[in-house]
Design a protein around this ligand. Structure first.
Ligand code: ZN
Length: 95
């Protein structure tokens, strides 16, 4: 007779994964809530893969003109590419 049933060493066959939460983002173009948003990142001055210098307040080497909104990465959400084409995010210099 088993008097002490231990199941600790038994790995669960299926590991229940939490379901992906539905991400809803308001479309920048049409204002609808997009569940699978087409996300557009506006990274002023730097492109992806480029080395972004570490921000240091005491180390200001940037030109005055570049300071405005330079560190800010703007994120624009769209339903899809079409919405993006209809209303493109403002250029960094327009911000
Ligand atoms: Zn849209």
């Amino acid at each position: 007779m088993e008097k002490n049933e231990r199941t600790d060493n038994i790995m669960p066959r299926e590991q229940k994964r939490p379901e992906m939460p539905i991400i809803k983002r308001k479309c920048y173009s049409c204002g609808k809530m997009a569940t699978k948003p087409y996300v557009y990142h506006v990274v002023p001055s730097y492109s992806y893969g480029a080395q972004i210098p570490t921000y240091s307040k005491s180390d200001v080497k940037t030109k005055r003109v570049d300071l405005k909104g330079k560190k800010k990465v703007s994120v624009y959400n769209y339903c899809n590419r079409e919405c993006y084409e209809l209303r493109k995010p403002p250029e960094p210099y327009e911000l």
